[in-house]
Design a protein around this ligand. Structure first.
Ligand code: S3P
Length: 181
């Protein structure tokens, strides 16, 4: 039986916010892969991109996903590009159900605007254009990895958490354990 949940989805779809709330509700540990990468590298993500490029970041991401993949009873929030390396999903799926959070490009733009300093991929002249292009490129990867999909555009955090839990209860391969109340 799987006891962990992995959250995937584009930047700004709520992986961190929803992940924290979901972990609290279910009494599971919360792990944010980007923070683990920063801890292991000893520097923030924008500096990793500046010094080692996206390729260097992806290597650290693969190592962090590998380190986390065996963890039971956890909610693991991943960075938006985790799906670009299939090995990450193969490893994470062994212990966890993969939940894909989506949002419309307009909602994503609104949620990430002002965050460009923290999100190197959006440090560009036209973030809206970049979001549209990256979404198109990545959609097939997200869809292939997803076991549960929840659209977060029009729902608050509690609503998204409730929907994820309802969908998890339908699964024969997942044990919810006791909900912390
Ligand atoms: C990335 C998303 C970021 C972070 C890095 C790369 C991506 O995480 O991992 O900047 O490729 O989409 P969030 O999705 O949490 O912003």
């Amino acid at each position: 039986m799987k006891t962990s949940i992995v959250l995937i989805g584009f930047m700004g779809t709520g992986k961190t916010t929803v992940g924290k709330a979901l972990a609290k509700r279910l009494g599971k540990d919360f792990v944010e892969l980007d923070r683990l990468i920063e801890q292991r590298a000893g520097k923030p993500i924008p500096r990793i991109f500046d010094e080692s490029g996206e390729t260097g970041f992806r290597e650290l991401e693969i190592a962090a996903a590998k380190e986390t993949a065996g963890q039971a009873n956890a909610v693991i929030a991943c960075g938006g590009g985790i799906v670009l390396n299939q090995i990450n999903i193969d490893r994470l799926r062994r212990e966890a159900v993969i939940v894909y959070l989506t949002a419309s490009p307009e909602v994503i733009l609104k949620r990430v605007s002002g965050d460009a300093a923290e999100r190197p991929l959006l440090r560009v002249a036209d973030p809206a254009q970049t979001i549209t292009e990256l979404l198109k490129l990545r959609q097939p990867f997200y869809e292939r990895a997803a076991e549960i999909t929840v659209n977060t555009s029009k729902m608050d955090v509690a609503g998204v958490v409730g929907q994820i839990i309802a969908r998890l209860k339908e699964r024969a391969d997942f044990s919810l354990q006791e909900e912390a109340r």
